[in-house]
Design a binder for this molecule. Structure first.
Ligand SMILES: C[S@@+](CC[C@H](N)C(=O)[O-])C[C@H]1O[C@@H](n2cnc3c(N)ncnc32)[C@H](O)[C@@H]1O
Length: 315
């Protein structure tokens, strides 16, 4: 029989939250307290926490992390942004005729990896280009490795690409073998150093880290973006979701607006930062320079930073 939810598991919650980087939503706190209650056994909370912190407790911690992971994802998620990445980053890089290295950080169940492999192929990138998927969740990675997707996940995949890149199998559609061979999956917690490097060393040409940082605390967000940027080659591109704008990009990351989307270009060392405003024009975290006009201050709703709004809604 499992014990009822631990009465004062705050220290355990704090530790799991710190190790995942996430500020836990109400639902995550509930799921975590159920997982703790089911796993703590006869141990006291202090003893359980000590175990989580020890090397022997790594598996236990991974199980707790799995219990709060949000794996919502899709093939061809945010087509508008993908089109912007294709035309701004992938096409020009594919013309360089060298293998490209792409990383999907927080790849969940592999849909983003499959999408990136297809985009690489469609843009004519060197056939030995690779996509690495990493995630904190073992369960998600186990599902990702098959690169096989249920029919309902295929709805955004254009008909012509379905025929070209997927084979119908029992229960879904499997990515074709030549693309599967270019994928690799590894468990990596974005809170842990060192960050992965591509096979053969060097950095990544493109890093996707979408819909992961939205759950992170401010300090974890900043730390992660810095570490991801360090893993980009000069002129490499970092792609976050539309809800995860950088409020203050570091000086070598240039905000690029392209086809109604944005991404960040890592400038080569020694290149002067671009002149003018680098913050997102629509992000209200930017200090106001002028007082709002009387016409705009009356009935209009107050602006709210998209990152804050999404966090507030997920609570
Ligand atoms: C909502 S999914 C996003 C999947 C995909 N990137 C997309 O946009 O469709 C978020 C993923 O981030 C992973 N994640 C959360 N915290 C993480 C961490 N600290 N390190 C690595 N992955 C993490 C979760 O396990 C989950 O699979």
């Amino acid at each position: 029989m499992t014990r009822p939810v631990a009465p004062n598991p705050n220290a355990i919650f704090g530790y799991v939250s710190e190790r995942t980087g996430s500020s836990l939503s109400k639902q995550q706190v509930m799921r975590l307290s159920e997982a703790v209650a089911a796993r703590i056994g006869q141990r006291s909370e202090d003893a359980y926490l000590e175990h989580l912190k020890s090397t022997r407790g790594a598996h236990e911690l991974a199980e707790l992390m799995d219990s709060i992971s949000v794996h919502k994802t899709d093939l061809f998620r945010d087509e508008g942004q993908l089109e912007a990445v294709r035309s701004f980053a992938l096409l020009p890089k594919a013309r360089e005729r060298r293998p490209l290295r792409v990383w999907s950080a927080g790849c969940a169940t592999g849909e983003e990896v499959a999408t990136l492999l297809i985009l690489l192929s469609e843009t004519g990138a060197d056939p030995s280009s690779t996509v690495m998927g990493t995630d904190i969740s073992k369960a998600a990675l186990r599902a990702a490795e098959s690169l096989t997707f249920a029919p309902e996940l295929m709805r955004r995949v254009p008909e012509v690409l379905r025929g070209r890149y997927f084979t119908p199998v029992k229960g879904g559609f499997e990515l074709v073998q030549p693309l599967k061979e270019r994928a690799s999956f590894h468990r990596h917690n974005l809170m842990d150093s060192p960050y992965p490097t591509p096979v053969g060393g060097g950095g990544f040409d493109l890093i996707f880290c979408r819909n992961v940082l939205i759950y992170f605390s401010e300090s974890a967000f900043e730390k992660t973006v810095n570490a991801l940027a360090d893993r980009l080659v000069p002129n490499g591109v970092l792609v976050l979701s539309a809800a995860e704008p950088l409020l203050k990009p570091r000086s070598d990351l240039e905000l690029v607006r392209h086809a109604q989307s944005f991404m960040y270009l890592k400038r080569p060392p020694g290149m002067a930062p671009p002149r003018g405003r680098r913050r997102h024009p629509w992000c209200p975290c930017r200090p106001r320079t002028r007082a709002p006009s009387p016409a705009s201050s009356g009935s209009r709703r107050r602006w709210e930073c998209p990152r804050r709004r999404l966090r507030r809604r997920s609570r």
